[in-house]
Design a protein around this ligand. Structure first.
Ligand code: MC0
Length: 186
């Protein structure tokens, strides 16, 4: 009789455990966001609305620095990268130095002139910091038209000619999750 009781008790325990875990599973299925494994999705190609313009490669990551020579020397002498000469771009209010990385570049930025757009950034970030990313686009005018419709603020009425002699625009960091985004005509 003792054995029978143990059997009954363990059956009850098993049934209880099954209910508990199936309850958990149901809650998890209804509340958890869908997680896709890399093999189960080609998430980069799905659900992208057809568009008149396309994003291309990462052209550069820009870093604002308080001392351009020191920053140049870090990348050249300490890290061994190929580093360009300093170029003044008065129409953008910056000096720039490019650091070649093979698959992309870094753009070291230093303020030029009293109205430099990076002056207040450097006041807030005294030792420097990542200032913007630049992504290539195949049609900057089409990009502007669509982004305006989507209420993304573009920081100039018209594209300016950027560091590579090509048209560029900047998108407000508050509309891009805290990152200042530059788009450059490829
Ligand atoms: C040569 C060319 C090229 O590569 O081709 C270049 O690089 S030219 C690179 C320089 N040119 C540019 O950056 C042009 C576009 N930039 C701009 O128009 C401006 O810098 C803005 C991005 C609008 C920021 O203007 P300003 O400094 O006067 O405003 P602000 O200090 O009140 O900033 C407003 C809010 O945005 C935030 N904020 C400012 N700059 C930011 C940045 N680089 N990344 C992320 N957030 C940033 C501030 O913390 C602040 O947030 P809180 O309110 O929360 O405190």
């Amino acid at each position: 009789k003792g054995k029978e009781q143990i059997l009954i008790l363990s059956q009850k325990y098993c049934i209880g455990a099954i209910h508990f875990f199936s309850g958990l599973l149901t809650r998890w299925q209804t509340s958890a966001p869908a997680i896709r494994t890399p093999s189960s999705s080609n998430s980069f190609s799905q659900n992208i609305p057809s568009s008149l313009w396309k994003l291309g490669r990462l052209n550069h990551v820009a870093i604002a620095v308080p001392d351009l020579e020191k920053a140049q020397s870090l990348y050249k002498d300490v890290l061994g990268a190929q580093v360009s000469e300093t170029v003044a771009l008065p129409e953008h209010g910056v000096y720039i130095v490019f650091v070649e990385l093979g698959n992309t570049k870094l753009e070291l930025l230093h303020p030029l002139g009293e109205k430099s757009p990076i002056a207040s950034f450097l006041q807030k970030n005294k030792t420097g910091g990542m200032h913007h990313i630049c992504i290539e686009v195949d049609d900057i005018k089409a990009a502007m038209t669509e982004l305006k419709k989507k209420k993304i603020r573009i920081l100039s009425e018209e594209p300016k000619i950027g560091a590579h002699g090509k048209p560029v625009i900047f998108l407000h960091p508050k509309d891009c999750h805290g990152v200042l985004v530059e788009l450059e005509q490829a």
